[in-house]
Design a protein around this ligand. Structure first.
Ligand SMILES: C[S@@+](CC[C@H](N)C(=O)[O-])C[C@H]1O[C@@H](n2cnc3c(N)ncnc32)[C@H](O)[C@@H]1O
Length: 242
């Protein structure tokens, strides 16, 4: 999908998933430090709000290519106790410029960025301080995901308002108790997406060899829907002298 496909959409992560992510992140960072944190592809900001509570000294920036997401995030931020420490900005990450970060978090976003891996990870690397951490949740290579992506490839050719309605109807049956209709609608266009990258041995080796991004942890992420690829959270640390 081209980046234009994201522009008029919102995406809100489930609260329990954000909590889980925050708890895992707390194992890898010193919560009392004044960290600079970036949420790359922050959606409507839920992850960052949760992190702001857990990291009371941190300054947190959320960026997203979709203006609607950032508008929504700014509305939610208003009046929160951490408001002063939170910044939201509409930006295509590939053109985003800021001082380097101690922590970059990116949930289910990197695989959607249509850029060569070398461009994307060189930028991530330059946006991290030495020993900075990248916490990234992406799909991984496995039979389930490859079958799902083959189905999506076929389904993309047939996409129409009718296929969207069918997907929505199925999603209501499967997930109607957990997600309301707007949340399910937000997810429809992801049902047609193919990843630009996924976790595999080759990617890990490339990250370490080319950019000194060493894997320091990995965690399973709960698989919430049959229509969603299986994801994994990777914790990478930039080498000290890079
Ligand atoms: C699956 S959503 C995940 C949102 C959020 N991280 C979460 O877990 O709820 C992917 C997000 O990445 C954003 N996005 C896609 N390409 C982007 C880019 N090049 N720069 C910044 N954000 C981007 C989309 O607008 C969307 O909000």
């Amino acid at each position: 999908m081209a980046k234009e496909d994201f522009l008029d959409k919102t995406f809100t992560a489930p609260q329990d998933r954000c909590r889980q992510t925050t708890e895992l992140i707390l194992r890898y960072v010193d919560a009392q430090r004044s960290l600079r944190v970036l949420d790359l592809g922050c959606g409507t900001g839920r992850q960052l709000f949760d992190l702001a509570k857990a990291l009371p000294q941190a300054h947190l920036i959320g960026i997203d290519i979709a203006e609607m997401n950032i508008q929504r995030a700014k509305e939610y931020a208003r009046g929160q106790s951490a408001e002063e420490r939170l910044t939201f900005e509409v930006a295509d990450y590939l053109h985003f410029e800021a001082k380097p970060f101690d922590l970059i978090v990116s949930d289910s976003t990197l695989q959607n960025i249509d850029a060569p891996k070398a461009t994307l990870f060189a930028k991530i690397n330059s946006d991290l301080v030495p020993e900075g951490k990248l916490v990234v949740t992406i799909p991984y290579a496995c039979a389930y995901n490859h079958i799902l992506w083959s189905l999506r490839r076929a389904f993309r050719l047939l996409r129409s308002p009718l296929t969207d309605s069918i997907l929505l109807a199925v999603a209501k049956v499967l997930h109607g108790r957990r997600y309301d209709e707007p949340a399910l609608r937000e997810r429809i266009h992801y049902m047609y997406l193919l990843p630009h990258l996924y976790d595999c041995q080759a990617l890990r080796q490339l990250l370490e060899a080319s950019w000194g991004l060493d894997l320091v942890g990995e965690h399973d992420v709960s698989h919430e829907s049959l229509a969603q690829p299986k994801h994994r959270m990777l914790i990478m640390q930039k080498e000290a002298g890079v």
